[in-house]
Design a protein around this ligand. Structure first.
Ligand code: PMP
Length: 365
């Protein structure tokens, strides 16, 4: 990949790195979009030129993620955070229960929103071990009449990730995939609804991807504001109102880039390789670096670690910054270090970080 010519190694947690070829193409097309004489940002969202971009992005997303025909792909706004509210508003009625798997701060936010509408409860929690694990797929205590079960597929702050998903039978499984959507192939048919802000794996901020099974659309509560009703957007192909056109264009181009890499199998292989470069340094450091997540629950997207000698942490982060590494500070709520290695982060950046970490240990032990 050509990304090595960039001046920094971007490990931001989101918004985060975008593929250089995508940025370059966007730059090239910015002023005159494909012969229209206008920027994509200046086109009507009802124009043929924009419609092609919009529909191609949806079609490519469906194909790359192997989304079955009984699902709709929606491009919404409001981030994953608005989904925390739209989900219970649509599917959870007063007095009704929904199970939430509590694996971190984002799950807690989703849970708190659900309390405004019905009776969410915890089907499992990893709070006791400071969210360093993922519950076993058979350890979820939900009820057959729950409105849904909600989980967070990748915990951005703690650096844990589900490796396989539970089978919840007739109870719809809903997943916040904000930080690992399309980082590997998954069986979409296990889920009633998947949602993700685009700004980590798929594009810039401002677009929220929702993948919803059609029977859930039919079942959803209709006595809610128009803009918060999934049906409004499903019926109008996400063009009920003005969509974030530039963000959707960028998302489409990131998907094209994924396609050209060889699709999600290729992306997954690369993501494994990237994460291994860094986890190997942590594991081989004799305790100098300490990973937060237990090895079997480790995320391939957010690698969280501390230095055993806490007094060295600032020096580590300062020197890393000087060496061109961006975004290595842990989330402000937990501290430590975090390297986010989303789809668009090149292998070279991870290799450079692993070498830097090895060198830093050598110079400071
Ligand atoms: N869920 C997860 C797992 C996240 O990582 C984030 C953002 N970091 C959010 C939800 C919130 O997303 P947004 O900022 O798009 O509302």
């Amino acid at each position: 990949m050509k990304q090595s010519i960039r001046s920094v190694y971007n490990f931001n947690a989101g918004p985060s790195a975008l593929p250089l070829p995508v940025l370059e193409k966007a730059q090239q097309e910015l002023v005159d979009f494909r012969g229209t004489g206008m920027s994509i940002m200046e086109l009507s969202h009802r124009s043929k030129a924009y419609d092609d971009v919009h529909n191609e992005a949806i079609a490519r997303l469906k194909r790359l993620f192997s989304i079955p025909d009984n699902y709709e792909v929606l491009f919404l706004q409001g981030g994953a955070s608005l989904q925390f509210s739209m989900i219970p508003m649509s599917f959870l009625n007063p007095g009704q229960k929904a199970g939430y798997v509590m694996t971190g701060a984002w799950a807690e936010k989703a849970f708190d929103e659900a309390k405004l509408f019905g009776e969410p409860y915890q089907v499992a929690s990893t709070k006791e071990n400071n969210h360093s694990t993922i519950p076993g797929v058979n350890d979820l205590q939900y009820n057959e009449d729950d409105a849904y079960v909600h989980l967070t597929s990748n915990n951005t702050i703690y650096g844990t990730q589900w490796k396989e998903f539970p089978d919840t039978g007739d109870v719809p499984l809903i997943a916040d995939m904000s930080s690992d959507i399309m980082s590997k192939p998954i069986d979409v048919s296990k889920f009633g609804l998947i949602y993700a802000g685009a700004q980590k794996n798929l594009g810039p901020s401002g677009v929220t991807v929702v993948i919803i099974r059609k029977d859930l659309l039919e079942r959803s509560n209709q006595e809610i504001p128009t803009m918060l009703n999934y049906n409004t957007h499903a019926k109008s192909n996400s063009l009920y109102h003005t969509p974030p056109t530039f963000g959707i264009y960028m998302l489409g181009e990131v998907l094209r880039w994924i396609d050209e890499l060889g699709g999600l199998e290729a992306v997954a292989k690369q993501n494994e390789e990237k994460a291994k470069l860094i986890y190997d340094v942590i594991d081989g450091s004799g305790g100098f670096y300490r990973g937060h997540a237990e090895p079997e629950s480790r995320s391939l997207m957010n690698i969280t670690f501390k230095l055993a000698d806490e007094s060295l942490e600032k020096k580590f982060l300062d020197q890393a910054k000087e060496a061109g590494f961006v975004g290595l500070n842990g989330h402000r709520s937990v501290g430590g270090c975090r390297a986010s290695t989303y789809n668009s982060v090149p292998v070279e950046a991870c290799l450079a970080l692993s070498e830097f970490m090895t060198r830093f240990q050598k110079n400071n032990s």
